[in-house]
Structures are given as C-alpha cells and as structure tokens.
Design a protein around this ligand. Structure first.
Ligand code: AGP
Length: 590
C-alpha cells in the first residue's frame, strides 16, 4: 500500500508533509518523495526510509505552502529513484502522487509517446502527469478542468493528488483507493488514511468514488466525475486516536490481518510466470534442495517439504535457518536454497543465504518486502504480495507463504492451473473461517483454556506442520506453554505429560484419520481433553473445531481458526495481541 499526503494553507508545506509521511510509515514502504510549489515545482525523492530522506533531501529547496508527498510500497517493478513518486510531466510544470493501479496505463502511455511525451519511469502512475499536460495543451480552461478531463480517461484504482507550477491549488481524485481530507485550522491536508491527519484536525471529509476535490487556500470545492457537476460533501468528526484509526473497525492489527487472508491467499499466487518457470528450472537441475526459515516461515518450509514430496515427488531438506551452518559442508554450486522470510531481514536467514553464496549455491528468495535485504541477496525473487503485516505474529504472511510454496509444488507436477483454481476456490472457505460465528465458537473455547498451564498439539504429515504453527501462535501471544508433537511420537515419551483435563488438539485429515484418531484415544484414556480440528466430528473429541477437508490445503484452512483462538486467548488473558512481550516483528540479530 502506498501512502499519500498533501497540504495547502498558510504554513510551509514541507514540515507538514514530512510528519504526515512519518504517520503513514506503518503502511510499509521502500521509497519516499515530496514536491512543493513555489515559482516552480520543487521535487526531492529517493529510495529508503523517511529518516534517511530527511538527511539526503535538500529540504530547503522544497519551499512553498502547497505540497504533496508519497511513500511507495512496490509490489511489482523495481525499487528505484525514477519509480519513486512524485511524477511530473515533460515540462516539470505538473506533479502528481498516486496510490492504486492504472489498468489502462500502457494504452495511454503509447498514445502520449506518439504525441512526443518522454517518460522517465516504468510506473503506471507517471501517465497521469503527462495526461494532464496533454489536456492543458488541448484545452486552455485551466488546471482543474484539465485534471478532470484527464481523470476521466483513467481505468483502475486511484487516490491521487496533482499540483501545478502555475496555479495555487491541489486537485485530488479518488476511485477504489482511500483518500481523506483534513480541514485543519492552518489549511487543508490530504491523506491516504485518517490516522495521519489526527495531529492537525479531527474534522475530515472522506472522498467517495469519482469525487474530485479542488483545494485552494480558502476553500475546498467538490465535483463528481461521474455526473460532471459540482457536488457537496459533509465533514465528519473523527472520534478515534491515531492508532485506532489505522486499525479501522478492528480492535487489533492481528484481527485485521487474519481477516485479510481470503484476499491475500489469492494475491500470493499472482506471480510472474517467467519467474516461476525459472524457479522450476532451478529445482529440476539442482542436486540438493534446502528450505530455510525461522518461526512461522520455518513451519511454511516444513509444510512445503511434505507438499514437494507428496505432490511433486521432489525431496527437499528443511532446516531452521539458525542451524543451517551445520549443513554448510553439503553445499555446492549445484545446491538450491529457498530462503523464506516475510520481513526479508531476519538475520538468521540472511546468514544462511550468505553461507549458501559462499559455496556458490543458488538462492530463491520468498519474501513480502520488496525493499528488503533478502531481495537483493537472492538469485530469484518470489513476492508474497500480502501487504504490510503490523502485528508481531505472522498470520496472513504465513498462509501466503503456504500458497506460494503449494503453487511451486503443483507447478513442478505440471498442475499449476489446477492449483490456482483450487486456491481461488478456498476464498469462500477462508471467508467462512474468519466469520463471526466461527469467531464466537473460538472465543468460547478460549474461555475454557485461558487458565491452562500446558496445551499440546498433535498431527501427522501436513497436520504435524500445522500443529507446530498453531503451537507457536498460542505460546507467543498468550504465553501459555504449548507444545506440538508428531502424533506417532506421543507414546515415545510425551504421553507421560498427559493428565486429567490436559488439553490436546488433534489436527486430523482424511489422509491420516485412523492413525491420528488412535493417538487421540491414547490421550482420552489418560483423562486428557481432546479438541479435534477436522472436517467431521468424532466421539473421541471432547470439543470439535469444524473445518472443511481441503487435503493439500488443510495447512491453510486449519491454521486460521488457530490464529483466532490464539488471539482470543491473549485477549482473555488481558494481553496485547499485537505486541507480545520479548518479541520483535523482525529479528535482525543472530
Ligand atoms: C511468527 O508469528 C513470529 N513472528 C516469528 O516466529 C517469525 O515467523 C520469525 O521471526 C521469522 O520472521 P520472518 O518471516 O520475517 O523471517
């Protein structure tokens, strides 16, 4: 998600733009830029964080009390200064910032190029600036009219701001990407979300689709692109504080990110086919393959090893990144290493990647952050496209990793299209799993478990990997000791831990129903409380969490109720699910 900020008023724009962009940092970004209007358009933009930009930019050059700013979260296309916003027209007389996707940008770009326009980036957004320039040339009816004519030609999604060297106004437009206006005492402030405005005002106007807002020093006038007429928009008063505003209707980021999974699992498989083909070729020619990750990413690797074996008949070694050094002597130039890390900055994973590079091995990076170190250090890159994950716990990024790895396993077996359609069919199942009724059931179960000292989890094959992930979720957010076991391991020792009332989750699939059920019988015989996670109930269960049977995709399906249960256990124990004690979102130390 990119972030947009704009200001017009009696004060210098730059300090307000910088603070507004800092307030939008939580959205995640890899590059930043600003433009102001004095007697010309002044622009500073670069790759990296805002704090770096404050040092690198010549902020004194950014004079003027009209300005726009942008933080770019690149999901496709390189991270570069040229691709950072703001973008300008050929004459540097118009500057724009944009959040969204202009679906017909290629067609517009070709037409404008044919008219002599020169482009300086490979983004879709840049066409907006040149289109406004073209409309200004064609029709001398002023900047705002030219903007509206230009916006009418855009297909796709946009929240955008445009300024001109020759006029004292900001023109804003919105379709399918959020844009809100803050009516502050010192002027008018535009933002991608309300949280960035609250330090200046609580009086806001939410732009609707096809709205255009023209802000001058004294007023804001609204137009409808749809009806080509002036309209009025009522202001609201925001009751939330900044942190609450960012979470929207959700109490915590964890809940918000769990709820996003129906969408993010579909986004995870939107991959560049040529990159996927290159990765498959790397797998086919490799002599030895490693999946390496930490925490939830390691559990995704573990799941992947079962899927590569079961679906593609390919053997992979799964190693916790911090243990990878013990396998370094196996590495050769024929070894292929998949480095899996949502942050792309986990020191253990980067350390493993550097060990692989030292031995000449090839590295495939699977990450969620395009500007991360892992992106630079891999030979090939598969992006998870989950959007920023704020909660310390990995939820949507975990299931995105599972989707991506499943796609690779199926593609290796020549079943890529089948996998894509199976994953799209999961959309409704995942929506149901994050529904209110499921949530209420899990809240009730949390009421039975939140005072337990120990919780155990068992599963076999894919369900063992899921048990590992579920145990991690509960222990890291509720601080209840939770241990996962391979179902067959119970009788080799851990069964001694089962007492009257000890809760044991049994993750069951049709593939291994009988064996896991008999493990559950062992638990019941010792007085343990068995909680089944499966598509059908069974008398061996004291409590049943109903999930659809999705076979190779059970790891995604069975993880989601456990994410919600972990959340409810934390809430029940009056803990902050977003910020568990002792933990960081990204572990950048070895
Ligand atoms: C998972 O909920 C934890 N946040 C943690 O185990 C995490 O998965 C691990 O630190 C790896 O992070 P990464 O995916 O960013 O490398």
């Amino acid at each position: 998600m990119c972030g947009i900020i704009g200001y017009i008023g009696r004060e210098e724009a730059t300090p307000i733009l910088l603070k507004g962009l800092k307030n939008l940092e939580y959205r995640g970004y890899d590059s930043v830029g600003m433009a102001t209007k004095s007697d010309r358009i002044n622009i500073c933009k670069g790759v990296g964080k805002i704090d770096r930009a404050i040092i690198d930019f010549d902020l004194t050059a950014l004079k003027g009390n009209i300005g726009i700013g942008h933080t770019r979260w690149a999901t496709h296309g390189v991270v570069s200064v040229a691709n950072a916003h703001p973008h300008t027209d050929c004459k540097k007389s118009v500057a724009i910032v944009h959040n969204g996707i202009i679906e017909n940008h290629q067609e517009i770009k070709e037409k404008l190029k044919a008219k002599g326009h020169i482009f300086s980036s490979d983004t879709d957004s840049e066409v907006i600036a040149h289109l406004i320039e073209e409309k200004l040339e064609q029709d001398r009816r002023g900047f705002e009219k030219a903007c509206m004519e230009a916006f009418k030609e855009l297909h796709g999604s946009y929240a955008l701001l445009a300024i001109s060297r020759d006029e004292n106004r900001i023109v804003a437009a919105r379709k399918d990407s959020p844009l809100v206006i803050g009516l502050a005492e010192s002027g008018t402030i535009f933002s991608s979300d309300v949280s960035a405005l609250l330090e200046w005002t609580r009086k806001v106007v939410y732009l609707q689709n096809y709205d255009v807002a023209v802000a001058c020093k004294k007023e804001v006038v609204f137009h409808s692109l749809m009806h080509d007429e002036q309209i009025s928009r009522e202001s609201d008063t925001v009751e939330w504080n900044a942190e609450q505003a960012r979470k929207g209707k959700f109490e915590h980021f964890m809940l918000k990110e769990i709820a996003e999974q129906a969408e993010t699992i579909c986004r995870a498989i939107q991959q560049d086919d040529t990159v996927v083909e290159r990765v498959l070729e790397e797998v086919k020619k490799a002599k030895g393959i490693f999946f390496v990750g930490c925490g939830s990413s390691y559990h995704a690797c573990l799941t992947g090893s079962y899927l590569f074996s079961k679906v593609a008949g390919v053997h992979v070694n799964v190693v916790v990144a911090s243990e990878f050094e013990n396998y370094e002597h196996f590495l050769t130039c024929d070894t292929l290493v998949f480095a899996v890390s949502q942050s792309g900055e986990t020191a253990d994973v980067l350390d493993a990647v550097r060990a692989a590079r030292r031995r000449g091995s090839r590295v495939i990076a699977i990450t969620n952050v395009i500007g991360s170190s892992l992106v630079r250090e891999g030979d090939e890159l598969l992006l998870m496209n989950s959007g920023p994950e704020i909660c310390v716990l990995s939820t949507k990024t975990y299931t995105s990793q599972l989707m991506l790895i499943s796609l690779l396993a199926y593609a290796l077996a020549g079943r890529k299209e089948e996998c894509s359609s199976l994953i799209k069919s999961l959309f409704l199942e995942v929506c149901n799993l994050t529904s209110k009724s499921m949530h209420e059931d899990l809240k009730m179960l949390a009421g039975l478990l939140y005072q337990k000292e120990h919780i155990y989890m068992i599963g076999r094959g894919l369900q063992f990997a899921t048990a590992r992930e579920a145990a991690l979720k509960i222990k890291e957010v509720s601080y209840i000791h939770t241990e996962a076991l391979a179902g067959g391991e119970l009788k080799h020792g851990p069964l001694a831990l089962i007492e009257e009332g000890t809760p044991v989750f049994a993750f069951v699939s049709e593939d291994n129903w009988d064996k896991t059920r008999s493990n559950a019988e062992e638990v019941r015989a010792r007085g343990g409380m068995v909680i089944g996670v499966s598509a059908r109930d069974d008398e061996v269960f004291d409590y049943w969490i109903r999930v659809p049977e999705c076979r190779d995709f059970n790891p995604v399906i069975q993880a989601i109720p456990m994410q919600l249960l972990a959340y409810e256990l934390a809430v029940k124990r009056e803990l902050d699910p977003d910020k568990p004690r002792n933990l960081a979102k990204c572990v950048t130390v070895l």
